[in-house]
Design a protein around this ligand. Structure first.
Ligand SMILES: [Mg+2]
Length: 282
């Protein structure tokens, strides 16, 4: 066991995300920034994984169902040592395995995603398989709120409750925006927590930028039902001019914007280095 400063780690991950997207000239920046604390809480404070043995059979599984937000995922995997950190410089370059959506050529990635609405079905199958194999592996699936308009999400939700998959945790990055605008304008989701409860899930509502709340929820034992962690977040979190702007779903900062963003994230890293909260890591 070791402790990691969650706020400082999230700032480091955001800096890697910014660099990847700026240098590639491409990327989904808003949804990657909103999920930084969620990914840090999962990989540094919850999941049992071994970067030196990515296919360890008893590992916990993670599926990034919102597969376009791949930058934050690659940054965490590289930071943990699943592949060399320098490889992040090849993001979205010709010949690189770090392509713009999640794919299993990358060590640590369990499933190809990007076509939205499929991750929970796959995770549900993994969780059912683990149950039947009497494995202690847990399965975590991170979805965007925009992808909840896909009907396959709700088929999986229904099946997971039917099979009482208490080894399955779904997380919703509830930032309220999707590529085409506010989620409630595109397709009303609320009352979202009640809908998941009605489908037979335990539901825990947290701030998606609060490590204490996230780590407690992700590690909670919820017997007899699958668990949904509804994480309220800010799209573009951490960079002032990107926060809460739907048009930054996909976008590349100009050089001037890049320098400003870098300075903001550096300041957050320095502040966190002094007073950042510690979270425990397996
Ligand atoms: Mg969203």
């Amino acid at each position: 066991m070791c402790a990691v400063n969650g706020s400082r780690k999230a700032a480091e991950i955001r800096k890697l995300v910014l660099d990847m997207i700026f240098h590639a000239g491409s990327g989904h920046i808003g949804g990657s920034l909103s999920a930084a604390e969620i990914l840090v809480s999962l990989y540094y404070g919850t999941m049992r994984v071994d970067p030196t043995n990515p296919t360890w059979p008893e590992r916990d599984r993670f599926i990034l169902s919102k597969g376009h937000s791949v930058e934050v995922y690659y940054a965490v995997l590289a930071d943990l040592g699943f592949f060399p950190r320098e490889e992040l410089d090849t993001f979205c370059q010709f010949g690189s395995r770090l392509i713009g959506h999640t794919n299993t050529k990358v060590p640590g990635v369990e499933h190809n995603t990007g076509s939205l609405g499929h991750g929970l079905s796959v995770g549900m199958g993994m969780a059912l398989g683990a149950k039947r194999a009497h494995s202690l592996s847990r399965v975590f699936v991170l979805m965007g709120d925009g992808e909840l308009t896909e009907g396959s999400v709700w088929e999986a939700a229904m099946a997971a409750a039917h099979y009482k998959l208490d080894n399955l945790t779904a997380i919703i990055d509830r930032n309220g925006l999707q590529i085409s605008g506010p989620t409630e304008n595109v397709m009303q989701l609320e009352p979202l927590a009640d809908k998941w409860r009605a489908f037979g899930w335990h539901v825990t509502e947290v701030s998606g930028h609060d490590f204490d709340e996230l780590v407690a929820a992700l590690n909670a034992e919820k017997l007899g039902k699958p668990h949904l962690v509804l994480a309220k977040t800010t799209k573009g979190k951490g960079i002032s001019f990107i926060e809460n702007q739907a048009h930054w779903h996909h976008g590349v900062p100009s050089e001037e914007q890049y320098l400003q963003a870098k300075a903001e994230l550096e300041a957050q890293w320095e502040e966190a280095s002094g007073v950042g909260a510690g979270i425990r890591s397996n």
